[in-house]
Design a protein around this ligand. Structure first.
Ligand SMILES: Nc1ncnc2c1ncn2[C@@H]1O[C@H](COP(=O)(O)OP(=O)(O)OP(=O)(O)O)[C@@H](O)[C@H]1O
Ligand SMILES: [Mg+2]
Length: 1063
């Protein structure tokens, strides 16, 4: 239903309002300007040649039109082809597509589009594809031999073509049959200015390689051939060279053998060469004019090319044998006659070659058809092939035939062409009306009488068997006596003087009409498409279409198999004196066959229109199109279509389209389709005259009603669109909201879940903590009950051990220096370790000491022992002790080495002197001091006078009873002797030594060694010194200086007391 929607103008002229010639053309023009070249008249397609490639034929379009029905998409040739193909495949109806129009209107292109569409949508498969390919490839071959450049069309088909394509029950192509009509053979020998001969000649000259040209005895320059118009050997946009290659490959695809191709080209070359055979005047011996050939070389070459005796050919061209039942007479031809004969031969060879080609193609593409074995007609054309009848096959015919022609000078060709068109119009009207009538009958609607022009009368005027123009022409041709075109015209004038569709000067004169446009040798026929004036000149000749028997016999004698086969009547055995049928009769019979064929099929029409005379894109000539529209009877066509009811449609689809107009059918309708349609139209209060309800379709009288319905639909659609929009928007917002809500729920559920999980985790941790506490508490309780003491011990032991361990290991890693003088020791980390730490310190110290001791020499040991002894005796007791500690005990302070006297004093066996010092002896009596030498040996203490060493006192150590010493800084000491000793009589000694500590230590040690007894060493400030005079109390006190110098001053206090002051 796109034809009602957003269309440019109206897409179906049936809906045109107002319906007039002008509005019709304007509508076509409007559409053409918008590149809408197709328009419908019902199911008739009007196509205006765009003269430019349009992007509407690709596979996408094929698929679209395959999938939609006729009115669902824009008008298109594919829609028509699709409808025909579907009807053929699905309803088993044979189809024919009639394409008509002027030269250059696009018929051939349309037929190719139909074929390519059908090829694209019908079945697939290797075999099917090869059939398709053969069918499609027949076009380039037929176009090469049958098309030529004319003033009106660069690729004008100079023959009519009807092609039956056969399909099997599945709709796959099986093959086809091509029938050709009336090739314009006059073009072979002569072309109008600006036109060309058939394409093949130029393709051959341009495309053949040098070798082939040589073999064909041709030269490349088209200017060298008399039959080729020298002005126009090239056509813009046409590549003859490339097209020759296309032709060769197409012939190969169709199945021509190489030999066949070569022979075809040889025959074409023969035609070209024949044109160059120049004829000259000659005279026979008796002076009768005759003709001859100027240059024998051309004939010679022809002879060589096709295997022909050149003498015989020359004879055939220049003379004629007239044969009657009784005798044979040979007459010489004049130059004009000979030229006529030569041209007739060329035309005949070419047209027969063309027929042969069509037949050869048919042989390749037909499948299971009855072979055409009925022999050849005189001009070599074939009786039309019939589709085979064996298996049930379906047929689609495509007719691409010349349209109605009105030229300046209309001759026999235009006459037969227009006759054919008249017949086609008859088919069209009859079938359209029949179809209409049948539809009305089917639908149970009373038939309304339609006024239309019935062209039967014109057809009759031309084709009537006895009294038709063609019959008259034949009669004139066969009649003995003087026959000419004017006698023929006179006959027509006489016979049709009263005929309403026949005019001539004579009939006009009779009616006192004055018409300049009508010549004396003309007659006029009022065709359905307009009046056409025909000039009768050469009607007889063209109808006779005679070829002298000498020529056909000469051709038959050629050794060239193809040429020979083109002239079967040249065979003397077949020779008959019977005249071949005239061209007019042949044409009439083939048209009759065609009509019969068309009547048996379901027709579809494509009416092609040429928009301008200049083959120019985008230019639309109103006048030119008006003329064509009239010839094509487009207005008539629309009127017939609209006669009763302009528009009809099946209830189902009508309801589908308009049910939105009624509340009862929209949005849902459960009743029947017709009921629904009645409801819709009832609600719109349509006039009952406007409508008719058929059995399956609704009929609408005028387009106005349909447009009203459309307008209502448009308004309703707007409302519905708003409603849909509203609903959609609501739905969109709702779904959006729901989606958001859903998302929000998901998010919050995740969030809550997460929160609860965290809370739970915390609670769990807390519970575990509490649990642990409770358990701990319980455990502790139980522990207290059962394990407390032991566990504490173990634990504390463990802790203690670990602490100890840590402490000891720390100590180990951080031991102070091993020097004994270094007293550093780390403090204990815990109080409890302080004892151990002290002990460790002590041990470490002892260890250091031991280490130190171990390394000492025996002498050092001895010195230290002495020091130790001194320490035991005096440390903390005597003030001078501290000074003595760092001072080494030399023992010898008098220089014994240097004093041999003193050495002798010691008395031999007692070993070395342990101590030798100069001491001061305090006189007990007065307290004065005098120096003495004090020596100590192992057994004795020897005190000698410094000046007289002999005056000595030796005191055995065993006699010593003790020693007293002060606690001060001084060196005073007293040696107490035992009373029993001999020296004891002398009394105790009171001596002052500077090395009192060393001296007393050595005495102590020597005594110990000698007597094994410890000599009592008394530190006191008051001691008694015994002598025989009695005992003297020595009181020692410190002077005011604190006794720091150690110097003594002794003062006798009475007889029994000696006061010593330490300074
Ligand atoms: N549908 C189309 N799209 C594009 N160009 C087209 C179309 N139809 C026709 N033509 C152009 O118009 C030219 C003439 O078309 P075509 O040969 O089909 O005319 P015709 O009606 O067969 O003429 P004739 O009667 O002389 O054979 C084509 O060569 C092509 O250039
Ligand atoms: Mg054509």
């Amino acid at each position: 239903m796109t034809l009602l929607e957003g269309s440019v103008g109206v897409e179906d002229l049936v809906l045109l309002e107002p319906l007039e010639q002008e509005s019709l053309i304007r509508n076509l023009q409007l559409r053409y300007e918008k590149k809408e070249i197709y328009t419908y008249i019902g199911n008739v397609l009007v196509s205006v040649n765009p003269y430019q490639p349009l992007p509407i034929y690709d596979l996408e379009f094929v698929a679209k039109y395959r999938d939609y029905s006729f009115y669902e998409l824009k008008p298109h040739i594919y829609a028509l082809a699709s409808m025909a193909y579907q009807s053929l495949r699905d309803q088993d109806r044979d189809q024919c597509i009639l394409i008509t129009g002027e030269s250059g209107a696009g018929k051939t292109e349309a037929s190719k589009l139909v074929m390519s569409y059908v090829a694209a949508v019908c079945g697939k498969g290797e075999q099917v594809n090869s059939v398709k390919e053969q069918l499609l490839q027949s076009n380039p071959v037929l176009e090469a031999f049958g098309n030529a450049k004319t003033i009106r069309n660069n690729n004008s088909s100079r023959f009519g073509k009807y092609m039956d394509i056969e399909f099997d029950f599945k709709g796959s192509p099986l093959g086809g049959v091509i029938t050709n009509y009336l090739l314009e053979k006059s073009r072979v020998v002569k072309q109008l200015e600006g036109e060309r001969n058939f394409h093949i000649f130029y393709q051959l000259l341009m495309g053949a390689d040098a070798e082939l040209l040589k073999a064909l005895k041709l030269e490349r320059d088209p200017g060298g051939y008399a039959y080729l118009n020298p002005d126009t050997s090239r056509v813009d946009g046409m590549d003859d060279d490339a097209n020759f290659k296309v032709l060769q490959s197409a012939m190969t695809v169709i199945g021509f053998s190489e030999e066949e191709i070569r022979q075809v080209l040889e025959v074409a070359a023969l035609v070209l060469k024949l044109g160059n055979v120049e004829l000259v005047n000659e005279f026979q011996a008796n002076g009768v004019p005759a003709s001859g050939i100027r240059d024998g070389r051309g004939v010679q070459e022809i002879g060589e090319l096709v295997g022909l005796n050149s003498v015989e050919l020359e004879r055939a061209l220049c003379s004629r044998t007239v044969e009657t039942a009784r005798e044979k007479v040979v007459t010489a031809l004049t130059v004009t006659q000979a030229q006529y004969a030569r041209d007739a031969l060329a035309k005949n060879i070419y047209s027969r070659l063309f027929n042969w080609l069509v037949n050869r193609i048919n042989e390749s593409i037909k499948r299971g058809l009855a072979t055409c074995a009925e022999g050849w007609s005189s001009d070599g054309s074939f009786p039309p092939l019939q589709v085979g009848t064996g298996e049930k096959r379906k047929v689609m015919g495509v007719l691409d035939i010349y349209g109605f022609e009105i030229l300046e000078d209309n001759s026999f060709e235009q006459f037969v062409i227009n006759y054919c068109n008249e017949k086609l119009q008859q088919v069209f009207i009859e079938m359209t009306l029949k179809e209409e009538q049948e539809e009305y009958k089917r639908e149970g609607i009373p038939w309304v009488k339609v006024d239309y022009f019935d062209n039967g009368i014109i057809c009759n005027l031309i084709e009537h068997n006895r009294q038709g123009i063609l019959a008259m022409l034949d009669e004139e041709c066969l009649r003995p006596g003087v026959v000419s075109d004017s006698t023929f015209l006179a006959k027509l004038n006489q016979l049709f003087s009263k005929h309403s569709h026949y005019e001539s000067k004579v009939t006009q004169n009779a009616q006192h009409q004055y018409d300049h446009s009508m010549g004396l040798s003309c007659f006029r026929i009022c065709h359905y498409a307009g009046k056409v004036t025909y000039n009768v000149n050469s009607f007889i000749d063209k109808n006779n279409d005679l070829l002298f028997r000498d020529l056909s016999q000469a051709m038959w004698k050629a050794r060239h198999p193809l040429l020979r086969s083109l002239f079967p009547e040249g065979d003397p055995k077949q020779a008959s004196l019977k005249r071949p049928p005239t061209a007019g009769a042949q044409f009439k019979s083939s048209v009759t066959t065609l009509m019969k064929n068309l009547y048996s099929k379901n027709p579809s029409y494509i009416r092609c229109i040429k928009p301008n005379e200049h083959q120019q894109r985008g230019h639309f000539s109103f006048e030119l199109v008006s003329v064509q529209a009239r010839y094509l009877g487009l207005l008539e066509n629309v009127r017939v279509r609209r006669a009763g009811y302009a528009y009809r449609q099946a209830y189902g689809s009508f309801l589908e389209r308009y049910r939105l107009l009624s509340r009862s059918t929209w949005p849902r309708w459960n009743g029947g389709d017709q009921e629904g349609v009645e409801k819709v139209l009832g609600e719109l209060s349509m006039s009952s005259e406007e409508l008719a309800f058929g059995k399956t379709k609704i009929f609408i009288k005028s387009p106005k009603t349909l447009f009203y319905l459309e307008e209502q639909r448009r308004l309703r659609l707007q409302q519905l669109a708003t409603l849909i929009q509203k609903t959609y928007r609501g739905w969109r917002c709702r779904t959006h909201y729901q989606l958001m809500r859903k998302s929000q729920i998901v998010i919050s559920s995740w969030f809550r879940g997460n929160m609860q999980k965290k809370r739970y985790g915390k609670m769990k941790a807390s519970a575990l903590l509490i649990q642990a506490f409770v358990r701990g508490w319980k455990a502790r309780k139980n522990y207290r009950k059962y394990f407390r003491s032991g566990a504490a011990l173990i634990l504390s032991n463990f802790i203690y051990k670990s602490m100890v361990q840590r402490f000891l290991l720390g100590l180990k890693n951080d031991l102070p220096s091993p020097s004994i003088l270094d007293k550093k020791w780390p403090s204990a980390p815990y109080k409890c370790f302080s004892t151990a730490n002290h002990e460790l310190q002590r041990l470490f110290h002892q260890w250091k000491c031991k280490k130190f001791r171990d390394q000492l020499s025996p002498k050092q040991v001895e010195v230290l022992r002495e020091k130790l002894c001194a320490s035991e005796l005096f440390k903390g007791k005597k003030a001078s002790y501290a000074q003595s500690v760092p001072t080494p005990f030399h023992g010898d302070y008098v220089g014994l080495q240097r004093n041999p006297k003193l050495q002798k004093l010691k008395g031999g066996a007692e070993g070395p002197i342990l101590m030798a010092e100069t001491v001061m002896k305090v006189n007990r009596g007065n307290g004065k001091t005098s120096s003495r030498i004090f020596l100590l040996t192992k057994g004795h203490v020897i005190i000698t006078d410094t000046k007289n060493p002999q005056a000595k006192t030796a005191i055995p150590l065993s006699s010593l009873a003790g020693v007293s010493v002060t606690s001060f800084q001084d060196g005073l000491f007293s040696l107490h002797l035992s009373e029993i000793s001999s020296v004891g009589a002398k009394g105790d000694f009171l001596l002052v030594s500077e090395h009192v500590i060393e001296l007393l230590t050595k005495i102590y040690r020597a005594t110990l060694d000698a007597t094994q007894t410890r000599l009592p060493v008394t530190v006191t400030e008051e001691f008694a010194v015994k002598s025989k005079e009695g005992s003297l109390t020595v009181k020692v006190a410190q002077g005011p200086g604190g006794g720091g110098t150690g110097k003594l001053s002794c003062k006798k206090k009475g007889s029994r007391c000696l006061e010593v002051t330490v300074q």
